[in-house]
Design a protein around this ligand. Structure first.
Ligand SMILES: [Zn+2]
Length: 273
């Protein structure tokens, strides 16, 4: 009998050893990070380039919400910056709604990214689609979008031969575009995104006096819809200090401000960085 017990115990221990510690949401992700809360998922990579996943299933794809704006920065950020784009967000525009009902007021590219103004990105995205159509034709414009959004589109590219209509789902309002903390982190790490990440950092830190200080973090935060629960949001936060990059997803009921607070708390970012 004791042999069976011993074998069972050994088997259980093997199971314990094999189980990723990340599945315990209460467990501290690492010595230099604070514990996650239930429902949070974190993907993190340090200078060694090894991706670590913690918390709720950090490989599960969810609507990417405001993180879609980072893909737009890659796709059209340089054009928009050179145009010095502006937008006046009143909360509604051409039948579409910003997540902030009262509107963001007048925004430029930096403010639209910092405050995650959906309507500004929608308006500028539509302008870009017109430019692509003129410069590359419908097929060329479609290829640009497929290439940029591919990692988050799966097989959900709207059918057709031309540039799809730039509607709110392309700005992350809906579940057309999906990411997991792991896939978003992989995207941020890809050298193909180097220029876009550099631009994102510059835009997000444009109001900060110490933006060139070593170790300063850029953090992009925003909301995402919750599938099957139209009134609810979840939140995303992605950021980097140049040596550590992390993507945090917060569960249902959390908003943009929660995303920023929790990212800073989990990554134990000192005030001023
Ligand atoms: Zn807005």
């Amino acid at each position: 009998m004791w042999i069976i017990k011993s074998l069972l115990l050994t088997f259980a221990c093997v199971l314990c050893a094999a189980a990723p510690p990340a599945l315990n949401p209460q467990a501290p992700p690492a010595s230099n990070q604070a514990p996650l809360l239930p429902g949070e998922a974190l993907a993190i990579v340090g200078p060694d380039g090894v991706v670590h996943l913690f918390g709720e299933d950090a490989s599960r794809e969810l609507p990417m919400g405001s993180l879609a704006k980072l893909v737009w920065i890659k796709l059209a950020g340089m054009d928009w910056a050179s145009m010095d784009v502006q937008f006046n967000c009143t909360g509604t525009w051409q039948g579409c709604h910003c997540w902030l009902a009262k509107g963001h007021g007048k925004v430029d590219l930096a403010k639209a990214l910092q405050e995650s103004c959906n309507l500004a990105f929608l308006a500028w995205g539509r302008w870009s689609a017109g430019e692509w159509k003129r410069d590359y034709g419908e097929g060329g414009g479609r290829a640009l979008m497929e290439d940029a959004f591919g990692p988050f589109l799966g097989d959900r590219m709207p059918p057709g031969e031309g540039i799809p209509a730039i509607e709110p789902p392309w700005i992350g309002d809906g579940d057309l575009l999906r990411a997991s903390p792991a896939t978003m982190l992989t995207w941020l790490q890809d050298p193909a995104q180097e220029a876009a990440v550099r631009m994102t950092k510059r835009l997000l830190l444009s109001n900060r006096k110490n933006s060139d200080k070593p170790g300063v973090w850029w953090i992009n935060t925003g909301t995402a819809p919750v599938p099957g629960d139209p009134g609810s949001t979840s939140a995303w936060a992605a950021g980097s200090n140049g040596s550590i990059t992390a993507v945090l997803h917060l569960p249902r009921g959390r908003g943009k401000a929660d995303g920023l607070d929790r990212f800073r708390a989990v990554m134990m970012i000192p005030p001023g960085l």
